[in-house]
Design a protein around this ligand. Structure first.
Ligand SMILES: [Zn+2]
Length: 321
């Protein structure tokens, strides 16, 4: 049974991973680096199932681990707000020394591992240095330079890239038959084969990104009235408002990382670069907390007009508009 059946492109990587699984000689830590939308998380899940399998030929398809959909021995570490904290890593470190319930290995998946700060990564390093036999870690990030070199050097790093346009079009047409063929081809071309981005364009997700960037660009202009006007587009549609606020927060956090010297290959005209130029680190943190609090307002069904007025006022006090 092929552990990576249905995974599109990146044949070199899936073949190497399959060979590792069948030989039983697997590293205790993997890093999947690549752009968002290249399937890093999908591949991490597939590999985790292979690692958990208790059969001989992994994945055997017949053992308990291969048959259940939710394996408690496969743990995904999600960020709390916008960071993976040292406390979260300490907790999984403790858990790592407990034997798995029913699987060959307990597998920890840390998607967006770059959301761990240095302290959290150093905590992870402790278990990387002397890993229990029954544990494996799978980290994903855009590029491994986002992580401490000490962490990277103790893991097997695999780089994922987008498949060619034809393969990506075929994949989307087979798996999402409702989308119009011409729209699929256009979306795939504009995303250079990146399936995740193409699906986001097809589902209107790019509107979220575009709106978030537009509002942040206005924020850089430091006029409260213009900011209030820009925010009107998210006043009436709560799910859209939530998605835009989260996207804005993600961009602001990136800007903060960029400002603090993180190596990120950003184009000069990227809104994150201009935010890093215009605001201090403290301002950016303040903006981030204002955005998350507005998202909280949306969660508690606060009136849209009130939410954007509050957000505007909050940002004014944070960055002295
Ligand atoms: Zn199995």
């Amino acid at each position: 049974m092929n552990a990576f059946k249905g995974f599109v492109g990146n044949a070199d990587t899936t073949e190497r991973l399959s060979a590792m699984l069948s030989s039983g000689r697997v590293p205790h830590a993997f890093i999947f680096e690549g752009d968002k939308g290249t399937g890093r998380k999908t591949l991490a899940t597939m590999l985790a199932r292979g690692l958990a399998c208790t059969g001989k030929d992994k994945p055997c398809g017949v053992c308990e681990c291969c048959r259940i959909t939710e394996n408690p021995d496969i743990v995904t570490v999600l960020p709390e707000k916008s960071a993976i904290t040292v406390d979260q890593i300490r907790a999984i470190r403790d858990e790592a020394y407990i034997l798995p319930n029913q699987s060959e290995k307990r597998v920890f998946i840390i998607p967006d591992a770059n959301l761990m700060n240095e302290q959290a990564q150093n905590a992870l390093l402790k278990v990387f240095e002397e890993p229990p036999k029954s544990v494996a870690f799978i980290l994903t990030c855009e590029y491994s330079g986002q992580l401490l070199s000490t962490v990277v050097s103790r893991a097997a790093v695999f780089k994922l890239s987008a498949p060619d346009v034809k393969t990506a079009v075929e994949y989307i047409e087979n798996n999402y038959p409702d989308y119009d063929n011409v729209a699929v081809t256009d979306a795939v071309r504009s995303s250079s084969g990146n399936i995740g981005s193409a699906l986001s364009v097809l589902s209107g997700g790019d509107k979220t990104d575009l709106t978030a960037r537009e509002i942040l660009a206005v924020m850089g202009g430091k006029s409260e009235l213009s900011l209030l006007k820009a925010l009107l587009v998210i006043e009436k549609d709560r799910p859209f408002a939530k998605a835009v606020l989260l996207k804005m927060n993600e961009l602001v956090c990136d800007a903060l990382a960029y400002k603090s010297g993180a190596k990120m290959p950003l184009p000069e005209d990227d809104v994150r670069v201009s935010l890093a130029d215009k605001f201090t680190g403290e301002h950016l943190l303040g903006i981030s907390s204002a955005l998350l609090s507005a998202k909280g307002d949306c969660d508690s069904n606060c009136n849209g007009a009130l939410m954007i007025t509050n957000l505007c006022a909050c940002i004014r006090t944070q960055i002295d508009l």
